[in-house]
Write a new protein. Structure first.
Length: 194
């Protein structure tokens, strides 16, 4: 079953731009730019949506929910129902505190792991969607409030690391779309990707 919808998680508004929690948007924006795709606001889906007509009549939809992180599932669920998709046809890109900064990891099942956006997706979609997680951990300083950390901006050094890895994330996403989840997992989930 091929992927028909790729979602980046984040929060709308200038205050949230370039925060750790908007890493999904950062990657999806870069992917859209690399394929010359343009975003349009869809009030029906409460999302920014882009359409990519791929070869052999396959259409890929990209979406950035505008519902704020904690209600992401509402927008994604509406898109899924409209396009009659199964969870396995949806890939979601988001930040993950449990993974080292900049490290990508693919998985298909699991808990929300304290991520409110993922909790909302599980509530509205059920499990089985593809999770393209990118590390923002560890939380430093450790006593910092979780919300303050994820809604904080990357340090210049952290942002440089993310920018250096961006091409790798896009290659991983292309691999996921072209070759499927198993092959992409084999590549992306290695400690030292080639």
């Amino acid at each position: 079953m091929s992927i028909s919808l790729v979602v980046g998680l984040g929060n709308p508004g200038r205050d949230y731009a370039d925060t750790r929690h908007n890493l999904g948007w950062l990657v999806l924006d870069a992917f859209a730019r690399s394929h010359d795709l343009s975003w349009r606001a869809s009030t029906r889906f409460e999302a920014q949506v882009a359409r990519w007509d791929r070869s052999a009549g396959r259409t890929l939809w990209l979406a950035k929910p505008q519902t704020f992180m904690n209600e992401s599932g509402r927008a994604v669920g509406a898109l899924m129902r409209f396009h009659k998709l199964e969870p396995a046809q949806v890939a979601v890109i988001y930040d993950d505190l449990t993974i080292a900064l900049g490290q990508p990891k693919l998985s298909v099942r699991g808990s929300a792991g304290g991520h409110n956006g993922v909790a909302s997706l599980l509530e509205h979609l059920g499990d089985g969607f593809i999770r393209y997680r990118i590390g923002i951990g560890p939380k430093e300083p450790s006593e910092m409030d979780l919300k303050d950390f994820v809604l904080g901006k990357f340090t210049p050094a952290q942002r440089t690391l993310i920018d250096q890895q961006l091409e790798h994330y896009l290659t991983g996403l292309a691999l996921l779309l072209d070759r499927g989840v198993t092959e992409a997992m084999n590549q992306l989930n290695r400690r030292n990707p080639t």
